[in-house]
Design a protein around this ligand. Structure first.
Ligand SMILES: C[S@@+](CC[C@H](N)C(=O)[O-])C[C@H]1O[C@@H](n2cnc3c(N)ncnc32)[C@H](O)[C@@H]1O
Length: 302
């Protein structure tokens, strides 16, 4: 059987790394290590004076990323860069890095294939598992607590806001009636009965509700806002930022934040339109279909 790091295919790998413009003695931060596909790509471009810093708040992902990067480290021997791995949310980045010390920063938002594919993590309705959905399994309420404990109104609002689900009220009512809801399979059935797929729908009727719960449980949008706010202070002049998002809520935050930064003279935007995967990558890796890469360069001015 393949180990998860071999099964995982990093999205827009070549494009993201090209935007980072890696110099062998620089400091580069991968804010979302996951299975370290992008991180390995960066590590291989660094020399012994280079430094790779990686974040992941999922202890399981961090351990797998470490194992992969340890193998690269051994292979590169005396030419290997320094590697520092941090098992915390990337919103804490400013606590770990000095101002104006970073040459490039990458973030590939969302869940990894490891998290999504393992039923016990509770992210997917494709396989039945406990309703968990936490990236950081050490803390915080899980999806079961949210689904069973928040008011119907709050549930409807979060499904609407984070899932962009028009039938959120109907879904929230059905969930509250179906309590206790403890598994992904049970939740998917409740949602599909309350708001069945319509003819034109190409996605499973529970997709948006699952997305909303995941974003809420992991405070994903606040995390992205915090990172994009911290990034300009951490980057050196002419240093690069590359962010990959997978749905419109993430991409809107990235787009708006970079545009506002450009208006203030903090960023020079390198991607007038977001970069998307080519046909060949989409065929190879269906997850890349919704990926959007935006990149910017820190100006020297402010
Ligand atoms: C899409 S995967 C990254 C895949 C990675 N680029 C690769 O090549 O394997 C996203 C990873 O970021 C982590 N993550 C998401 N949000 C995070 C946050 N706010 N702080 C730290 N890690 C986060 C997730 O746990 C997940 O492992």
């Amino acid at each position: 059987m393949l180990n998860p790091t071999e099964r995982h295919v990093p999205v827009l790998l070549k494009e993201a790394i090209e935007f980072l413009n890696v110099s062998s003695d620089g400091t580069y931060v991968d804010c979302t290590l996951g299975l370290a596909g992008h991180a390995e790509g960066i590590a291989r471009l660094l020399g012994p004076k280079g430094h790779l810093v990686g974040f992941d708040r999922d202890p399981e992902a961090l351990a797998l990323a470490k194992a992969r990067l340890d193998r690269v480290y051994e292979e590169l021997g005396s030419q290997a860069p320094k590697v520092t791995l941090i098992g915390e949310a990337f919103s804490t980045i400013a606590r770990h890095l000095e101002p104006a010390s970073v040459n490039g920063l990458l973030a590939d938002f969302g869940v990894s294939s490891l998290q999504f594919d393992e039923a016990y993590r509770g992210f997917s309705f494709q396989a039945d598992g406990p309703l968990d959905m936490r990236m950081d399994t050490r803390s915080g309420p899980d999806a079961a607590q949210v689904v069973n404990e928040v008011s119907e109104r709050e549930l409807a609002n979060l499904i609407y806001e984070y899932g962009e689900e028009r039938r959120s009220r109907r879904i929230a009512r059905a969930i509250v009636r179906g309590r206790p809801v403890t598994s992904t399979g049970q939740l998917a059935r409740i949602v599909a009965q309350a708001a069945p797929a319509m003819k034109q729908d190409r996605i499973h009727p529970a997709t948006r509700t699952f997305q909303a719960l995941r974003i809420y449980v992991n405070s994903e949008l606040d995390e992205i806002k915090a990172l994009l706010e911290a990034a300009p202070k951490l980057l050196k002049p002419s240093a690069r930022l590359a962010v990959i998002s997978f749905h419109s809520l993430e991409d809107r935050i990235a787009k708006d934040s970079l545009r506002e930064g450009a208006r203030q003279g903090i960023w020079e935007i390198l991607t007038r339109k977001p970069v998307t995967a080519g046909e060949e990558e989409m065929d190879r890796n269906p997850r890349s279909r919704s990926a959007k890469l935006r990149a910017a360069e820190r100006t020297a001015a402010r």
